[in-house]
Design a protein. Structure first.
Length: 255
């Protein structure tokens, strides 16, 4: 219609329709045409983006409801991650378990707060687990189909954790702080075939994979997972089993 109106205007200049100049009609029709084209393009783009957004939302729902992933931090040592699990520890009600290689940053940033919380809430279960530097893990040649029987933990009696090793130094620091504060906080050495650094705070797990070949493991993605979920239950069961396992963990005496 706009094209016909323009053609008619060019053939009969100054013409009018229904008492209005043809140029006015052309302006109205042009505006309507432009609006229609814009509406059609906008609706098409909205359809495409809404479909993509819907798929992404469904994927996020699966991550949270089924796998239990609440947050994914870019790296373990990020300010956002530190702030998040720092707040979780501050509000912990019944459990704080830490699994690390030497727990260096954890002890520096959170041990004093945990000691204060333990004094106010003696029933709080606090356990700090280090990698056992004296452990040697051997795989059975024909292991039975049992997770616990896949490896045998042995310790070389000629080896000691020397006073200058990083793990020994951090354990000594933690032991001294705990004894001075006179609180019951467990220190344990953990041996496992695979290793994952993590914190279990009440019903939340903060976990990141430790990869021995990585140059900087603090930059590994850090996950916040709800225990009551498929992935959370798997991690929690793992940590719960090794923390009391007669072969995989041993208590560090405080005296």
């Amino acid at each position: 219609m706009t094209v016909l109106a323009v053609q008619n205007q060019s053939l009969t200049p100054g013409s009018s329709w229904l008492g209005m100049p043809a140029s006015t009609w052309i302006g109205i029709l042009s505006s309507l045409s432009a609006s229609g084209i814009f509406f059609a393009v906008a609706e098409f783009l909205r359809f495409i983006f809404d479909k993509t957004a819907s798929r992404n939302f469904e994927k996020l729902q699966f991550y949270e409801r089924t796998l239990g992933i609440k947050e994914c931090f870019s790296q373990k040592g990020s300010d956002e991650a530190n702030r998040d699990y720092g707040q979780a520890i501050a509000s912990a009600k019944y459990r704080v378990w830490a699994f690390g290689i030497s727990n260096g940053e954890f002890l520096t940033q959170h041990l004093d707060d945990l000691i204060s919380k333990k004094k106010k809430k003696p029933a709080l279960d606090v356990c700090i687990c280090f990698v056992d530097p004296d452990a040697r893990i051997s795989i059975e040649a024909n292991p039975p189909l049992s997770l616990v029987s896949l490896f045998d933990i042995t310790r070389d009696p000629t080896l000691t954790t020397g006073a200058h090793t990083r793990v020994a130094e951090r354990i000594a620091f933690a032991r001294t702080s705990i004894l001075q504060a006179d609180v019951e906080i467990s220190l344990k050495l953990i041996s496992a075939a695979g290793y994952v650094s993590a914190m279990v705070v009440d019903d939340i797990i903060y976990v990141f994979p430790y990869t021995a070949i990585s140059k900087d493991n603090t930059r590994t993605p850090y996950l916040k997972i709800v225990v009551d979920s498929q992935l959370g239950d798997a991690f929690y069961t793992y940590f719960e089993s090794i923390i009391e396992h007669p072969k995989l963990s041993r208590v560090v005496p405080l005296e």
